[in-house]
Each structure stands twice: as structure tokens, then as C-alpha cells.
Design a protein around this ligand. Structure first.
Ligand code: SF4
Ligand code: SF4
Length: 450
């Protein structure tokens, strides 16, 4: 079948318009099947169609005009995929799978109309709520009130949550305690700072997990970094990219590129694996944009996961013993999309008294995958239960991770499986081993609050 490809990639067989999957990426699969056993959906279903090779075959079929873009099988497979990128990490041909499935979803969204309730839900959440981090702060304030007022306990007790099928979503939410981290309002300045870093705050991390971001800043300050949180930054746009809403993602990405530009070449430190993976791919997102292509590349080159950065620099070993046993759950977007696997373990092993017990399948997706666990509950729960079982088998006191989505999915999966194992971000346990919040008063470094 002859495929028409224009120079600007606006037509490839059944794909057309913006964000057409790139032909060279699409054709690089050699069908060897080495990715099959790494794919969570293939492991659960055992079906070729639900494997990376099967999905690439479907994309090629649309690109060759052998399958309709709006064929329900194509849509089902593009959205059954968790976009966990485990296939990418093991592929000998270097298939860059993430951008292909994201472009395929963008194509589906451009060419078909969803039912009205779905359209409304997507535009209210991904198009409006995530478009401005101040709206996210407003929503999380509401959730905080709900938790603190006792309404949450009442809703659970009366069975309302169960009746509304919201019990599992609610179980994902950790207690929201501290104040939000608002960009520009706090900075960390060690007396002997020898480098400068800028923190990417994120939408969920800067609100629900604001204290985790503060812990990261303290850990960075212990290692000689002056840390600031640039104003006007927004959500990274990962959820929009994963949902095929590329224009919404680009709008957010442009604001982030603008916000961090004044920082020169200072590293941009990220505490959420999903955000880090998305930020590192801004270059790809703007590949065909003459105004932003170069700026996006420069931005992406500065992005570092906090664990990646700490291990790449002279590192001050923590001295306070943490006498507990932990296991490590690898976020897919850290292990597979960013290929960061050794650094978190190196950091955990630097903590005196801490025992790291590896779990089985630590890098198999926990089922979180952005909003996957909200929209595809059966598959997400199956993966969550499998993960919880592996965590429980280690007998660890805590499970350490590095992504808010995994954190929330672990909370709900462990709870569903009757486990009280605590979930923590790696910077929280490192911060504890450096002495925690109290060290801000130690005279070695100061926190500025405006
Ligand atoms: S490992 Fe790579 S080349 Fe082999 S089937 Fe999977 S995607 Fe294709
Ligand atoms: S991204 Fe994950 S779920 Fe999707 S095909 Fe690759 S391994 Fe399978």
C-alpha cells in the first residue's frame, strides 16, 4: 500500500492533521517480540493485540490505510495501553513508543467526537482545572476541607461513597496537611552554596505533596544547592499529552519554557517521575514549531529528576540512622521513560540503618498511569493488587517511590489488600536522614519565606 506523506507530516495513510505519528519511528519495529514479556497489558490478557508489537502493527495498519483510524479495536488498544514505556526500555531497535501512542491518541481525538458527558468532563478537568495551577490550589483546598471537617469519615461511614462508586478514588488520596508550595514564595539558601537549582513544582506535587517538594529542597540545600521555585510555572502537561490533548499540553509547556528561561542553565529539578518524563520531551513536543523548537530543547536538556541530579554531584552522606526496612517501587516514567534505576537505590543505600529489600517486578506498572486508574479500573486494580502482593511479601515497613500517581495507587492498592505499609517519596526518607525540618534552624542554611 502506498502511503502519502507530506513534508510536514500532516498525512500518513489514515492519519492526518496535526500530530501524525512519525513514519520513521513507526517503521523501526522489527517484530522481534522481545518487548512482550515486559508489557503489563500483554501479561494480563495474553493477547498479541494488547502487546507493544500488536499495537505497533495496528498503528502501521492505519498508516498504510488498511485499518480505519476510528475502528473501535484501534481506539481500544491505544487507550488500553498504560503508556508505561516498559516496551521502550527493552526494545533492541530503539522504538520510541511513547510519542507514537500519544500521537495515535491525538489523532483519535482530532477525528472523532466523544459523547457530550465525556467532552464536558475532559474540558473541565484537563482543559480548565489543570490549565492553571491556582485553580488546582482551589480544588485541593476543597479536598483539604472535606478531609478535615469530618465529611470524609461521615461519607465512608454512611456508605455514600460506596453508593457513588467513589470509595476507591477516595482511598487514593493521602491526608493533605501542610501549606501549598507557591512558586516565588519560598527559597532555600545554604550558607556555603556552590550551585543553584530551580525546582519544578508541578500541580499535584505543589499542592497535595507540597511538603515532599520542601523535603526535596532541603535535601538539595544539604548538598550545597541554593533552591528557588520560579514563578509563573504551570502543570507539566503530561496528563494532557497522555489523553491526546496536545494543544492544551503545548499551552502549558510554553508557559513553563518561558518561566524557566531566566534561570540560564541552572538544572530544573523534578520530584515527580511523570512530570520529569514529559518535561524531558518538550523538545519532541515542539519539534515542528519554529518559535519554540530550540527553546524547548534547551529547556529539556536542563531537566533532572532529583535522584539523578543528587547522584551526579558530590553527595553528602546523611548521618541520622533510619532503622527501618523499605522496598522500592520503580515509577515507570523514571525507570523506563527516563532510564533512572540505579540512582534511587544508591541514595537509599546511603542512609545509615536503612535496609532495602527488593520486591518482585519492581518496575512493572502499578496501574496508576496518569488517570488510567480512574478510567480503566479493572486493569488498574489487577496491576495494583499484583504490586501490593509483592510489597507485602517483602515484609517492609515502608514502600518508597518517586511519583505522585504511584504513591496514590499504592495507597489504595495496599489498603484494599489489608496492608498498613506506609508509602513515602524517596526525598522524604532522605530528608529524615538529614534531620528533617529542624535542620533549617541549624545555622547551616536558611529558608526564605516571602
Ligand atoms: S522489542 Fe521493539 S522491535 Fe521488537 S517487537 Fe517490540 S517494539 Fe518491535
Ligand atoms: S507502553 Fe506499557 S502497556 Fe503500552 S505497549 Fe508498552 S509496555 Fe505495553
Amino acid at each position: 500500500m502506498v502511503v502519502a506523506v507530506e513534508a510536514n507530516l500532516r498525512k500518513l495513510g489514515g492519519f492526518s492533521g496535526d500530530d501524525v505519528p512519525e513514519q520513521d519511528l513507526l517503521r523501526s519495529c522489527v517484530h522481534c517480540g522481545m518487548c512482550l514479556s515486559s508489557c503489563p497489558t500483554y501479561r494480563i490478557t495474553g493477547q498479541e493485540m494488547s502487546s507493544p508489537r500488536g499495537r505497533l502493527w495496528l498503528m502501521n495498519a492505519v498508516a498504510d490505510g488498511r485499518m480505519d483510524l476510528l475502528d473501535p479495536v484501534f481506539e481500544e488498544q491505544m487507550y488500553q495501553c498504560l503508556n508505561c514505556r516498559a516496551c521502550e526500555a527493552v526494545c533492541p531497535s530503539g522504538v520510541h513508543y511513547g510519542p507514537l501512542v500519544e500521537a495515535s491518541r491525538a489523532q483519535i481525538e482530532q477525528h472523532r467526537s466523544r459523547p457530550i458527558p465525556q467532552r464536558v468532563l475532559r474540558s473541565v478537568t484537563l482543559g480548565w482545572l489543570f490549565a492553571d495551577v491556582s485553580r488546582m490550589r482551589g480544588m485541593v483546598t476543597g479536598m483539604k476541607l472535606y478531609q478535615k471537617s469530618g465529611l470524609s469519615a461521615l461519607a465512608r461511614k454512611t456508605g455514600i461513597l460506596k453508593a457513588l462508586k467513589l470509595e476507591e478514588s477516595e482511598a487514593m488520596m493521602p491526608p493533605i496537611g501542610g501549606a501549598f508550595l507557591v512558586p516565588g514564595k519560598e527559597s532555600w539558601r545554604p550558607r556555603k552554596a556552590n550551585k543553584r537549582a530551580e525546582l519544578f513544582n508541578g500541580c499535584i506535587m505543589g499542592t497535595v505533596f507540597a511538603d515532599t517538594n520542601r523535603a526535596a529542597a532541603r535535601v538539595m540545600a544539604h548538598n550545597g544547592n541554593e533552591v528557588t521555585v520560579p514563578v509563573r510555572q504551570q502543570c507539566c502537561g503530561a496528563l494532557a499529552v497522555h489523553s491526546g490533548m496536545m494543544e492544551e499540553a503545548r499551552t502549558l509547556a510554553k508557559q513553563n519554557i518561558d518561566a524557566f528561561e531566566a534561570g540560564g542553565d541552572a538544572p530544573i529539578i523534578v520530584t515527580a517521575a511523570g512530570c520529569g518524563a514529559a518535561l524531558k520531551e518538550y523538545g519532541f513536543l515542539f519539534k515542528h514549531d519554529p518559535e519554540y523548537a530550540e527553546r524547548a530543547e534547551r529547556f529539556s536538556a536542563r531537566v533532572k529528576d532529583v535522584t539523578e541530579y543528587l547522584v551526579s554531584q558530590p553527595f553528602t552522606n546523611p548521618t541520622k540512622a533510619v532503622n527501618r526496612t523499605v522496598t522500592y517501587q520503580e515509577p515507570c516514567h523514571l525507570a523506563h521513560a527516563q532510564r533512572i534505576t540505579a540512582q534511587p537505590r544508591t541514595l537509599l543505600k546511603s542512609i545509615p540503618g536503612l535496609e532495602l529489600k527488593e520486591m518482585k517486578e519492581s518496575s512493572l506498572c502499578c496501574g496508576s498511569a496518569g488517570i488510567y486508574n480512574l478510567i480503566r479500573r479493572d486493569m488498574a486494580n489487577e496491576l495494583g493488587d499484583r504490586k501490593a502482593g509483592h510489597v507485602i511479601d517483602t515484609g517492609a515497613d515502608e514502600v518508597i517511590t518517586a511519583n505522585p500517581g504511584c504513591h496514590m495507587q499504592l495507597l489504595s492498592s495496599l489498603g484494599r489488600n489489608g496492608s498498613k505499609t506506609q508509602v513515602k517519596h524517596i526525598v522524604e526518607i532522605l530528608d529524615e536522614a538529614y534531620g528533617g525540618k529542624k535542620t533549617a534552624d541549624s545555622g547551616n542554611w536558611a529558608v526564605d519565606t516571602q
